[in-house]
Design a protein around this ligand. Structure first.
Ligand SMILES: Cc1cc2nc3c(=O)[nH]c(=O)nc-3n(C[C@H](O)[C@H](O)[C@H](O)COP(=O)(O)O)c2cc1C
Length: 200
């Protein structure tokens, strides 16, 4: 009897907490912060105006990538910069999604160097690389540049074109430059906050 009452009370408390969570989403979610503004400003930029990206901006992007956290700080990630016409042409053989960008960042990971979750053997390399890639996207946006995360490329073509990538799994390419294209309609097509997040 006592247990049942406690169960009931905890049910009520869950309902209240859920209601409170929805309330928080509706009324007190931060409407602006520097990061939130940047997150809104970033979009997949698929056209560039042809200006080269200065070296110091390329370095800022690399520095933001370097600062990314990785599981157990294993840092099983590497970033390559492609920007000479010859290298960009070879890269274009592996993907149709370079959008004429003057510089492309490639992010690769080495699963053999990564943390592995002991409970189920899950390898953390791709997650680490995705965080590095996210730092790249956000820094690019903060610098007033644009880029797109490109996952659609042929790894075999890439490997054949660049033997120096041997041993690395390339996770993403980021064609980058000065923006000359608007966001696509996908940029604003997101699930509502209520659908996207919920109280457990
Ligand atoms: C893992 C991943 C892979 C993607 N691959 C490609 C791609 O190969 N080509 C492309 O044009 N966009 C690619 N995108 C961009 C997404 O289409 C884009 O992020 C999404 O439609 C939301 O639009 P937004 O970035 O403008 O907000 C990729 C994005 C992610 C996160």
């Amino acid at each position: 009897m006592k247990t049942k009452l406690i169960d009931k009370l905890s049910d009520i408390s869950r309902i209240h907490r859920r209601a409170a969570f929805t309330d928080v989403l509706k009324h007190t979610a931060p409407k602006s912060s520097e990061f939130l503004n940047l997150a809104g400003k970033r979009y997949s930029c698929r056209g560039f105006d042809g200006r080269p990206v200065p070296d110091d901006l390329v370095e800022s992007v690399l520095e933001a990538a370097r600062l990314a956290p990785t599981a157990v700080n294993k840092q099983p990630v590497h970033v390559w910069v492609a920007r000479t016409p010859e290298v960009l042409e070879k890269l274009a053989g592996a993907t149709q999604y370079l959008y004429g960008a003057p510089v492309v960042f490639l992010v690769g990971c080495k699963p053999s160097d990564a943390w592995v979750r002991k409970y189920d053997g899950k390898n953390g390399a791709e997650i680490d690389a995705a965080i590095v890639g996210t730092h790249i996207m956000m820094e690019v946006a903060d610098l007033g540049l644009g880029c797109t995360w490109v996952g659609s490329f042929d790894p075999a073509v890439l490997a054949a074109a660049f033997p120096e990538l041997e041993g690395w799994d390339i996770v993403a390419l980021f064609p980058t430059g000065y923006p000359a294209a608007q966001p696509s309609s996908n940029h604003t097509a997101r699930k509502s906050l209520e659908e996207f997040a919920s109280e457990l």
